[in-house]
Design a binder for this molecule. Structure first.
Ligand code: GLU
Length: 307
């Protein structure tokens, strides 16, 4: 699982976004990035590998701005390179994503056929490309987000920042957890309460299918039908506990729900989903292997009457 953080704040956000990413390091990642909007312009810094590489880039070229989104990536589609690292930028739209867009192939083909030029091998880029397309078609950012969510399928936690609306972050959840943090004149978004712990202990987890518009003083949440909803605000105990259950009842439930993503990440090391081919594995010549021994542990969930 990767990590997502967002701040719509009243002072510089980049250093705080990177600090929040550090608290999500335990989830695993291969690259990282941060984007802010400042004086009407989106800017980003991204780096392969550890967060220290991103910090070095930011030290050389700091990012100003009071609104921003950030991401630690654990690649599923496309190599773990700086080019494929999030945030993705397309024409004034910036996107970070946790999960997998399952129908990215067909959307990519469709957009490419009508002139879109893709910069990355990721599934995520179709989200940014779709939003940019809808904005060019004259839709508002809000309508663009609603239309994009109606088009994509799969598992996602998304944070979206538009150049034209610097004081807003759009968020959506279908699968991976995403929490809104309520601050004092600032609002936050994070994959879990740990990321948000130093900012606020007042959080509300989005429910599957929810999307939200966050400003520095408010959060409007809508369900999958577009109906405004309230999600329970809870006092997070993240400062006391290092690991968070998200809005699952217990860790076993959380881990069960993480299985598809964990398997995708594991397979992602061996399969290039973007090109639909097996990746060569350094040091293993499969042609020379004559047998395989598999060891495993765990329980069967169901048993046939004769079994
Ligand atoms: N599927 C996306 C990618 O490969 C996001 C992976 C993640 O959850 O970090 O870029």
């Amino acid at each position: 699982m990767c990590g997502i953080v967002g701040i719509v704040g009243n002072h510089a956000v980049a250093p705080r976004l990177v600090d929040a990413l550090k608290r999500l390091e335990y989830r695993g990642y291969d690259s990282a990035g941060v984007a802010t909007v400042h004086e009407g312009r989106l800017e980003r810094r991204r780096a392969e590998g550890k967060l220290v590489n991103l910090e070095r880039k930011l030290a050389d070229e700091p990012l100003a701005g009071n609104s921003g989104i950030a991401h630690t990536r654990w690649a599923t589609h496309g190599a773990p390179t700086e080019t494929n690292a999030h945030p993705h930028f397309v024409d004034g739209v910036s996107v970070v994503h946790n999960g997998i867009i399952e129908n990215f192939g067909e959307i990519k083909q469709e957009l490419a056929a009508t002139g879109a030029t893709f910069q990355t091998q990721t599934d995520t880029e179709v989200v940014a490309q779709l939003l940019a397309r809808y904005i060019r078609d004259g839709k508002t950012p809000r309508a663009a987000v609603e239309d994009m969510l109606a088009r994509v399928t799969g598992a996602y936690a998304l944070a979206i920042l538009f150049e034209q609306e610097p004081g807003k972050i759009y968020a959506a959840r279908s699968g991976p957890p995403l929490a809104i943090g309520y601050g004092n004149g600032e609002m936050f978004l994070g994959s879990d309460a740990i990321a948000l712990a130093p900012f606020t202990n007042q959080i509300a987890y989005l429910t599957d299918g929810d999307w939200a518009v966050i400003t520095s003083t408010s959060a409007e949440i809508y369900d999958a039908t577009g109906t405004p909803v309230k999600r329970q605000r809870q006092q997070s105990s993240a400062s006391a506990f290092l690991i968070d259950k998200g809005n699952h009842r217990h860790f076993m439930e959380k881990e069960i729900h993480e299985q598809p993503e964990a398997i995708s990440h594991t397979l992602g090391h061996y399969i290039d989903f973007a090109e639909s081919r097996i990746k060569p594995v350094a040091g293993i010549d499969f042609a020379s292997i004559s047998s395989l021994a598999i060891s495993a542990c765990g329980n069967r969930l169901s048993r046939r009457p004769d079994g």
